[in-house]
Write a protein of this length. Structure first.
Length: 160
């Protein structure tokens, strides 16, 4: 069953790369008591994700935060080391929380998993964006086809 507006996010864990190594965060650590914009990308360093999707959230960081958002986060089914490298390469440090869902546990638990094995990419998360208020999804935008349209930062700005 795919995640829908009104659903609570499932209890899963993410990993982040810190100066002290890899740290595990629970869903509650990221979302409890906060209003969070979360966007998901199929893979760090991929052209669409690096050149089109992530830059919109970096460019609109201040505008998104000014509308009452406590945190902007990105999740991908890459390991924490790749997500940490992507964070540094894109200038996203201290602006966006880079969450690793390396085993696709969050992707599967939300029904947002996509099997891209035919393209050599394995199980990934579908490109999407959402607004989460204290763990509850209040807006959800899942891309219906390849590309970045409904999950773009400009769409989130319309929803918050």
């Amino acid at each position: 069953m795919t995640l829908a507006v009104g659903d609570r996010l499932p209890d899963t864990t993410f990993r982040i790369l810190t100066e002290d190594g890899v740290k595990t965060l629970s869903t509650a650590d990221v979302f409890a008591g906060k209003k969070v914009v979360l966007f998901a990308v199929p893979g760090a360093f991929t052209p669409g994700c690096s050149n089109n999707h992530l830059p919109g959230y970096l460019e609109n960081h201040d505008a998104i935060k000014a509308r009452g958002i406590d945190q902007i986060a990105v999740v991908a089914t890459n390991d924490a080391f790749v997500m940490g490298a992507w964070e540094h390469a894109t200038g996203g440090k201290d602006k966006i929380l880079f969450l690793s869902d390396g085993s696709a546990d969050f992707a599967r638990a939300t029904g947002l998993d996509a099997d891209l094995s035919a393209n050599g990419m394995g199980v990934r998360i579908k490109r999407c964006s959402m607004v989460v208020d204290d763990g509850k999804v209040i807006a959800l935008n899942i891309e219906p086809k390849p590309g970045i349209d409904v999950s773009a930062a400009s769409k989130i700005l319309e929803q918050i």
